[in-house]
Ligand binder design. Sequence first.
Ligand code: ATP
Length: 904
Amino acid sequence: MPSSKPWQELSPAQVLTELGSDWSGLTESEVVARTRQYGPNRLPEPPGRSHLRRFLGQFHHVLIYVLLVAAAMTALLGHWLDTSVILAVVVLNAVIGDLQEGRAEKAMAALRTLLALQASVVRAGHRRTLASADLVPGDIVLLEAGDRVPADLRLLKSHELRVQEAILTGESVPVDKRTEPVAGDLALGDRSCMAFSGTSVVTGQATGVVVATAAETEIGRIGHLLAGVEQLTTPLVAQMQVFARWLTLFILTLAVLMLVYGHWWLDYGFADLFMAVVGLSVAAIPEGLPAVLTITLAVGVQAMARRHAIVRRLPAIETLGAVSVICSDKTGTLTRNEMNVVTVVTAARQLTVDGAGYGPDGTLMEDGRVVVADADPRLQELARVAGLCNDAELQHGNGDWRVEGDPMEGALLSFATRLGLSAGVLKQQWTRTDAIPFDTDYRYMATLHHNHQNQACVLVKGAPETLLDLCTEQRAKDLTGAPLDRVWWLAQVGAIAAQGQRVLALALRPVSAGQVVLARSDLGEGLVLLGLVGLLDPPRPEAVAAVAECRSAGIRVKMITGDHGATAQAIARAIGLEQPERVLTGVELDGLTESQLASVIPDTDVFARTSPEHKLRLVTALQARGQVIAMTGDGVNDAPALKRADIGIAMGQKGSEAAKEAAELVLADDNFASIVAAVREGRIIHDNIRKVIGWTLPTNAGEASVILLALLAGLALPVTPIQILWVNMVTAVTLGIALAFEAGETDVMQRPPRPRNQPLLTGRLVWYILLVATLFLVGVFGVYRLALAQGYSVALAQTMAMNTLVAMEVFQLLFIRNLALPRLTWRRLLGSQPVWLAVALVLVGQMALTYVPALQRVFRTEAMPLSALVLILGVGVLLFLALEGEKQLRLRLGRRGQVGQNRV
Ligand code: ATP
C-alpha cells in the first residue's frame, strides 16, 4: 500500500517515481486502474439508522404507549373490535411517520452529496476540477488558500503554504509547509512536507502528489468519522416540540383526572369511560405535529436545493424569512463572471477588442481600423504578462472554449491569443520559476520566469491603484522606460471603469537570470507599467429581476466588492440598486468612526475596494441597527464575516471550502437570484410552519372540547372514542401534511420581512384556538342534537357528528391556507394540488367509513341520507364563512395595511 511508506523522507522526485506519476499527472487509463485498485477516496460513513429501527422508532411516543395500553385493556375486556381498530390506527400512524421521516432523511442525504468536496488536479497535463472522491494515489493536486486538503499529499512545490491541522494534531496555530524531506519517524505535526486529508489551507499555494486516499489517510486511520445525520429541526420547530411534549403531559394528567371524576361522580361504566378518556387524550394531543413540522422543513430544504440554495445549517431556513439586508459580492454573483477583454490602453494607444467567449478569434480595432497585433512589440509584452502571469487554463471541447480556473484569467489567456501569442507557446519559451499568488489584501499577482536565452523577468498583474504604487516607470512609445504619469493613468482607469469594465494593470520587470525566488520586496524598483486592460463582465439578467423583487419585499441589497468604485457603480446602476450614486471605498470606510458609519450605512448601497475585514465591520454595523443580514463570500478571509452574518452565504462554484464551512447556505450556481429564491422559500416555509401549527392546535382543541364537554356534562358522546381515534390519527395527519406542500401566497415577496423574534404562540393564536374550538363544539353538538331531534338513531347521529367534525377540519384547512390574504380569490381557493389530494383521500375514507358495511360494523356507523350530507357540507361552509368574516372584520377594524401581521 502506498501509505505505509515514510513519504516525508523521500525527495519529490523519488516520491513521484515510487508512485509511478510525474508533474503532468496520471493518464486516464492509469486513473481507471488505480480507482479499481484503491476504490473511491471516501471515508466510510457512520452506519445510518436501519429502516427497521426507523420504523420501530415510530412507536416510541407517549401517545402510542397510551394507545397500546388502551389496546391491551380493550383486549382484556374482550372488546376485540376496538382492540383491532386501535392497533390498526397505531400501525397506520407508524407507516405514515416512517414515510415522512424517510423523506426527511433523504432530503438531508441529498444535501450532503450536493456539498461534496472538490479538488483541483492535473491529469494528462491538464488542470481539472473534480470530486475529491475521484482522487487516486499518484494524482497531482493543486492547493490554494481556503482549500480543504482532499487526500494525504506529499508536497512537490509550495509557496508560503500554511495549513491548519487542528483536526489531526489538536494544534490550532497553522503550520508552515515546505517541500524539503524531513528525516525520522516524526509526529504528524512535524512532517512539514506533507499535507494531510481533512486539514485546511490558510495561506499560500502548493502542488502535491496524492500518497494515500480514503481509509489509508491519517484521518482515516484514526477513524475520525464524518458527522452523523443532522436532525431536521430549527429553533421554532424545537420550541414547538417541547411545547407539544408539555401539552401531552398536561393532557394525560387531565385524562386521569377525568377518569377519576367520571368514575366517582358520573357513574360511567369503566370500560366506556376508559375508552372515552383515551379518545380525549388522542383528540387533544397534537401527535401529528412534530412529524408534520419535520416534513415541512424537509419539503422546504428540497425546494431550496431545487433553486440552487443548499442549506448547511437548518436554523437558517427560519432566519432566511426574516432577512432585511442582503450584502452581495459583485463578480459572479450579480454579474455573470464571463469575462472578456474589450479595452486596451497603453501609453501610446487605445484599442478595443472584439470577440466572443474564450476562443482565440477576435479583432483588435483602433480608431475604427483593424490592427495587427504582432507588429507592435508593446502589445506583445502585454500579451506575455496576460498569458504567463496566469493560473487558468483554456480547454476546447464540443465546439466551445471553457476556462479551468478564474474566468478573468481565462479572458486574459484568450486575449493573449488574440494578440497572437498562445499561452502554450509562451510557457514553452518562459518557464515559471516562482509565483506570488493573488491575494485580496494585496490585489495583485506576480510570477518569475526564465527563458532559454538566460533572461529572467517578473510579470505582475493587478488592481491599477496597487500597480501604480508599485511601478516607477511606464513603457514609452520607443520601448524604453519613461517616468510614470500617474494622473494620466488614473484618468484612463476612471474612464474604463465608468463603462462598467473591470480594469487590470499589467507590468513587467527584467531581473538577473540568477534570481529563482520571488518575494514581494522584489517588485519595487524598476517595475514598468505596460498598460491597462478593461474586462467586460455583464450583469446577470436574472439578478436585475431579483433585485427588483427584493425591493418589493422590503429587503435592501448592498454590493460589497473588491473591484473599483466606478466599475461597481456602473454595475449597481445596471442592476437597479436603490442608491447607486453614493460609493464608499475601503479606505474611506477605514476613516469613519462607528457612529459616522452608522449614519452613512443605511443610504449607501455600494462599497468598493473593500477587503474581507470591511465586510465584517459592515455586518456588525448593520446588525447594530437591528437588521437581519445575509452576506455572501468566497475567499478564506471571508469566513469571519460569513460566521458573523445571520445568514452566511458561500459560493458553491468559486467559493473556498473555508467559506463554505463558515456559511449557512451554499449557492450551487453562485447566482444572486438564488439568494432571493432562498429568501422566498424561507418565507414560505415559515408561513407553512405557522399554518401547520395554526391548523393543528385549534383542530385538536375543537375535537377534545367536544368529548370534554360531553364527559363533564355527563352527556352521551356525540362521537365515539373509536371514531375520534380514526378522525384524529388518520384524517388529521393526512390533512396537516398537505400544508407542508403549500406553495407561497401571492404576496409572499410583497410584504416586509417579519421581525426577527416574532413569538410563536401569539395572543392571536390563542384567540384563534378558542374561536375554532367553540365553533367546532357548536357545529358537532348542533348536528348531533338535530339528528336526534329528527328521530335518527344514536349511531346515525354519531356518524353525522363525526362527519361534521371532519368537514369542519377540511374547511378550516381551506381557510388557514389563505390566512394572510386580505381578499380571497377563486384561484387561491381552488389552487394547491396537495390540499385537494388530501381532501379527496379524506373524503374517500369518510365515505367508506359511512357506507361500507364491514367498516360500519367496526366503527358503529350508519349510512347517512343525502339531506345529512348537505347539512354537513353547509356546516363546513358556515365555519369557513365565520372564520373569513372574523378575518375581514379584524382587517377592517384598523389593521388594514398590516396584512403581514394577520397571521396566527
Ligand atoms: P467581488 O468581491 O465582487 O467578487 P472582486 O472579485 O473584484 O469582487 P477581489 O477578488 O477582491 O474582488 O479582487 C479585487 C481586485 O483585485 C480586482 O478588482 C482586480 O483588480 C484584482 N484582481 C482580482 N483577481 C486578480 C488576479 N487573479 N490577479 C491579479 N489581480 C486580481
